[in-house]
Design a binder for this molecule. Structure first.
Ligand code: EPS
Length: 355
């Protein structure tokens, strides 16, 4: 791995931190652009009370001199404004695991009786650090005109109408939508569903499409399993909290069709008229846009109770009330873009070097 990153920090601790290593020297980093991505990650119809507290901004603690990288690791910090509200608060231990959250498996694994200690780190608040790192990777990709965008095609059972419009148009229109959906009629129905779901104390998932454009052929390789770009993207994207499904191109539809109707025929100049492969063949970019579709499960913290057990008493009970988002699919789409940017920037540096 040429470009790698790790994060640290808890949801209600002082800050989230990302360490991004492997950037070449001489990249001018625009911290306003990082803040714009952080702000995009905070938005969205259906988010909860926490987002009214936070105003995510990046602080660069290392790796930049006069705004330019020096080949050193970049240390990025995003403060948690909610931290001070929790410093002196007496919080009873959480003993009732939320089904679908890391609570129970995390508590069993680490031998913890207070599941808050699991939830603090499992929380999707951590994705603020990922988005900060991803925003830098995006700036590296922009140097060679690779761009990454996304749009939301479904929230719960409401899906946008099928369209042949170009990805760029859909991404641009999605940016104007507070549910991230480029189809205004579907977006209206999505907002209505989010309102109803909030009243019912429930939560919603959805589907995100991430598109990378301007990719040259030859990123990734077929020669070894762990260097195939499709596998590397899957690892990165499946690590995003709530991602439970992924396809490259219309993969599940392709699985039901015949090979001659699936594979993108080639024409003079190695051109294609279709992109059912989704931009990758043999784990290598083929010069077509990379198209990834991601299924995000509904958030496991719901106001309405779900049957669970109390680990202390052993009794059958229900999950306890906690503040939560109703729907965070638009926010998740920004995280999906960030993880895609990091994998592609890594593959770019691997192919062309950075020194
Ligand atoms: C989250 C629970 C909520 C979300 C949080 C993720 O936080 P809190 O418990 O403070 O209300 O708001 O997401 C963020 C704070 C964020 O910035 O995305 C969880 O349990 O995953």
């Amino acid at each position: 791995m040429t470009l790698r990153f790790v994060t640290a920090g808890e949801s209600h601790g002082p800050a989230l931190v990302a360490l991004l290593e492997g950037l070449p020297a001489g990249l001018v980093v625009d911290t306003d652009a990082i803040d714009q991505d952080l702000a995009r990650r905070q938005q969205g119809y259906g988010r909860g009370a926490r987002q009214r507290i936070e105003q995510d901004r990046v602080r660069v603690l290392g790796g930049l001199v006069h705004g330019t990288t020096i080949g050193a690791p970049l240390a990025l910090l995003v403060a948690n404004r909610d931290y001070e509200n929790w410093c002196d608060r007496e919080v009873p231990p959480w003993t009732r695991p939320r089904p679908g959250h890391a609570d129970l498996p995390g508590a069993l694994k680490y031998g913890l009786s207070d599941m808050r200690l699991v939830a603090e780190r499992a929380s999707a608040r951590e994705t603020a650090a990922r988005v900060a790192a991803g925003a830098v990777a995006r700036q590296l990709l922009q140097q060679v005109d690779i761009t990454i965008g996304s749009y939301v095609t479904a929230i719960g059972p409401i899906a946008m109408a099928p369209t042949e419009e170009p990805h760029g148009v859909l991404i641009e229109r999605a940016r104007q939508s507070n549910v991230g959906c480029p189809d205004p009629a579907a977006a209206e129905r999505m907002r209505h569903l989010i309102d109803e779901t909030r009243l019912a104390g429930d939560s919603l998932g959805g589907i995100v499409v991430v598109v990378a454009q301007g990719l040259m052929p030859g990123l990734g390789t077929h020669v070894q399993w762990d260097r195939r770009l499709d596998g590397r993207l899957a690892q990165a994207l499946f690590s995003v909290q709530s991602v439970k499904g992924m396809e490259i191109g219309p993969a599940f539809e392709n699985a039901r069709a015949l090979g001659t109707s699936v594979h993108d025929a080639l024409y003079a100049g190695a051109t294609r008229r279709t992109n059912r492969a989704g931009g990758l063949e043999g784990g290598i970019t083929n010069g077509e846009p990379l198209v990834i579709r991601l299924a995000h499960k509904p958030i496991p913290t719901t106001v309405a109770s779900i049957p669970t057990i109390d680990l202390q008493s052993g009794e059958q009970t229900g999950t306890q009330y906690q503040r939560s988002d109703v729907c965070a699919v638009l926010a998740a789409s920004v995280v999906d873009e960030a993880m895609t940017a990091i994998v592609l920037a890594d593959a770019l540096l691997e192919r062309y070097g950075g020194d």
